[in-house]
Write a protein that binds this ligand. Sequence first.
Ligand code: SF4
Length: 376
Amino acid sequence: MSRTKSAPTIPDPVFGEVVPLLLAWFVAHARNLPWRRTRDPYAIWISEIMLQQTQVKTVIPYWERWLRALPDVRSLAEAPEDRVLKLWEGLGYYTRARNLQRAARVVLAEHGGTFPDDHPALLALPGIGRYTAGAIASIAFNQPAPILDGNVIRVLTRVFALPGDPKEKQLNARLWQLAEELVAAAAATKLVNRKSQIVNYSGPCSMLNQSLMELGATVCTPRAPTCLVCPLTVHCVACRTGRAEEFPQLAARAAATERRFVVAVLERGGKVLVRQRPAKVVNAGLWEFPNEELTDLEADAAVSAAKWLGLSAATLKPLKPVKHTITRYRITLDIFRIGAGKKSLPVESGAIWSDLANLEHLAFTSAHRRIVRQLA
Ligand code: SF4
């Protein structure tokens, strides 16, 4: 394999040596995560989608609850969308949940409910990209399909001391190629010791891919990687040259954009007004309190809310503002509790008056769920 000019003195790691080290390390050190105790491609798929953008410790209870409620492809395909969104509530990026259901319906209609085991058929399913297809194919079916996520990118750019932005086309292609060569080498490896707390390995391809992800998550961390306990210390070019934290060389993120909303918690007869977001918008199908975005970030929130609702600012009772960040947006919600009385209000279609107990059964965005908690 060719080397970069920036690290001329240390030879590239040899796959024949790296792969057995990774497999042995994974057997000894892999975390005993619930989705590692199954080879069910449906369960593995759900875990992989949940783990995108979300930490393991957050995902575990969600995954367990989901598998109890919707244990197979058919139950997901046939579930009401409200139920699917409710099970996903709090995980964010709700397109993932909708795509899970769309894909389950395709598996039911086109594959008789049996999860496809080949990479192209997996890639054809809604919401399944190259990474997820590779993860399901390798973890559930032990196929030599590569995976490349943030953890794998970190390990590979360090082990091979690869400069440049991993999102840039040429380096990204190189990383996929390395991931492919590593899992192909694993496929040719005979496992000699499979004793582990984890009993359901489908084979060396599954273990190799998971070992790269696990190493990135637990040892080769973004800051202060623990090279001393890493199985690849001897082979890792970045570690041997004292440059581990120089990789990956990610491009700087764009600065976050501030957004402000005023939110109305309208109350009447012990009920509050909530509305369901329409189809084909962000967070479609989720519930929220009526709200309006402020175009002037410096505007007085109470005055703006009063003007929007056609009420006097003196009738608005402020609640604690909610701040949250989604992708590149830093959002502030200024919330006002309002006794609606008999006055006519700008109540749109799709809105309902709900008692507080019923709000627990509706799927809210995380920010609006925090408003519900303030009402309890
Ligand atoms: S030796 Fe250090 S930098 Fe290299 S892969 Fe291991 S933890 Fe990461």
